[in-house]
Design a protein around this ligand. Structure first.
Ligand SMILES: [Zn+2]
Length: 176
């Protein structure tokens, strides 16, 4: 399995290092999310990440649209961040910049589990935001339904929402 924590951490570091070149940092955000999306896709399709089948050029129109809209949503926050940069200390800037690398875990999860109508994804809708290290697994019942389990991140200081997601597991989900 792709080490998503590592990918997120590498992306965070790269983004912080790129600043104050905001355009370069933005390119890294795009690249990080594309990499996370492809990683998720490779696991979903069970195709090695370095396979030619998985090159970005081979993404379907729907997949391309999805990854573009995920990136666009991130960049909206990023633009807000950039507009506030003058008011932020170096430490605050670095901390916020790092979130954009870790947010790639949400993109990975959406690509990995795109076959299922999961109710939410890591880094979303929880107080821990991009610090979330939780992940899904889905057991396929073979009849178009599945049982989805939310696994708490191992070293995460848990927020309020994630433990309740874990205790509410398994969720009944459908193939989409
Ligand atoms: Zn979490």
């Amino acid at each position: 399995m792709t080490d998503l924590l590592k990918l997120g951490a590498l992306a965070s570091t790269a983004i912080i290092d790129a600043l104050p070149d905001w355009a370069a940092a933005e390119r890294l955000i795009r690249r990080g999310h594309r990499a996370a999306y492809l990683a998720g896709l490779s696991e979903r399709l069970n195709v090695p990440l370095d396979s030619a089948l998985l090159s970005e050029k081979r993404l379907s129109r729907a997949e391309r649209k999805e990854v573009d809209s995920l990136i666009a949503a991130e960049l909206k926050y990023w633009k807000g961040f950039e507009s506030e940069k003058a008011d932020l200390s170096q430490g605050q800037t670095d901390a916020r910049a790092a979130m954009y690398g870790r947010a790639t875990r949400g993109t990975y999860s959406k690509a990995r589990w795109a076959d299922w109508d999961l109710p939410f994804h890591p880094t979303e809708g929880s107080e821990c935001l991009s610090n979330c290290r939780c992940h899904w697994t889905v057991e396929d019942n073979g009849d178009g339904t599945g049982a989805a389990t939310w696994h708490l991140g191992a070293t995460e200081r848990h927020c309020t929402t994630c433990p309740s997601r874990a205790s509410d597991s398994p969720y009944s989900v459908k193939r989409q």
